[in-house]
Ligand binder design. Structure first.
Ligand code: PEP
Length: 253
């Protein structure tokens, strides 16, 4: 039985005060659910991670980072290591979010190294994968998802892979208000689970959590979550409003 998982990616939003207020509001609203019936993670900008960790301490809500570097320390100006994130109480980390792949220019190989480095540093990676609109229109969705998974999970043992969450986020659905239909999400999630069975084994594939991301909100969360291979939601815009995000957590639980 896979525990549902809802993660809120705040992207480059909030400030020192609103990040703490948002975290406290979510923790209050999700009390009794977070940690028990549903895994919940808040993913603020780096500079607010520590204050959000404090704000949700002992509430069952976990905290993640939006990115990480592949080395543990040294002359890498501007970068943050897995050990630093772990040190301040961060548990999860996004690897290969589409904005990092397509705006910042991260390669598939770098994303794979980030997954590996995160695991080495004791973090739980959320590997984000998904196709562009032109790739979907060209019938390349499965090929892109396969490439992202094979490069993103390269070199992982079954044991290490069991700590990884996959987030399928079709790029055309992120921040556009154009959510994938529940059927579109289910089709790709089922394909991903089959691929995990081929790459690792069936038991791991059956236990792996595969989240959907792309304009998920309080109105569509229930229908998306009703799909048999949709185990949770990675939420951007709707995670910035306490009420909306709490409704999504309730729908997932
Ligand atoms: C995201 O940032 O991962 C995301 C899914 O954003 P949104 O929910 O705003 O589409």
């Amino acid at each position: 039985m896979r525990k549902p998982f809802v993660a809120g990616n705040w992207k480059m939003n909030t400030d020192s005060r609103s990040s703490v207020e948002l975290a406290q509001g979510v923790a209050r609203g999700a009390s009794g659910l977070a940690g028990d019936r549903v895994s919940v993670a808040l993913i603020p900008p780096f500079v607010y991670v520590q204050s959000v960790v404090r704000a949700v301490s002992s509430t069952g809500v976990a905290v993640g980072a939006q990115d990480v570097y592949i080395e543990s320390k040294g002359a890498f100006t501007g970068e943050i290591s897995p050990a630093m994130l772990k040190d301040i109480g961060c548990n999860y980390v996004l690897c290969g979010h589409s904005e990092r792949r397509h705006v910042i220019g991260e390669s598939d190989e770098l994303v794979g190294k980030k997954v590996m480095a995160s695991l080495g540093g004791g973090l739980l990676p959320i590997l984000c994968i998904g196709e562009l609109l032109e790739e979907r229109d060209a019938g390349q969705t499965e090929a892109v998802v396969t490439r992202h998974l094979e490069t993103g999970l390269a070199g992982l043992s079954v044991d290490k892979m069991s700590a990884v969450t996959i987030a399928y986020e079709p790029v055309w659905a992120i921040g556009t208000g154009r959510t994938a239909t529940p059927q579109q999400a289910q089709e790709v999630h089922e394909f991903i689970r089959g691929l995990l069975a081929d790459m690792f084994d069936k038991k791991l594939a059956d236990e792996a959590r595969i989240l959907y991301g792309g304009s998920a909100n309080a109105g569509n969360a229930k229908d998306l979550m009703a799909q048999k291979d949709v185990d949770g939601l990675l939420v951007g815009g709707a995670s910035l409003k306490v009420d909306d995000f709490v409704k999504i957590i309730q729908a997932a639980a």
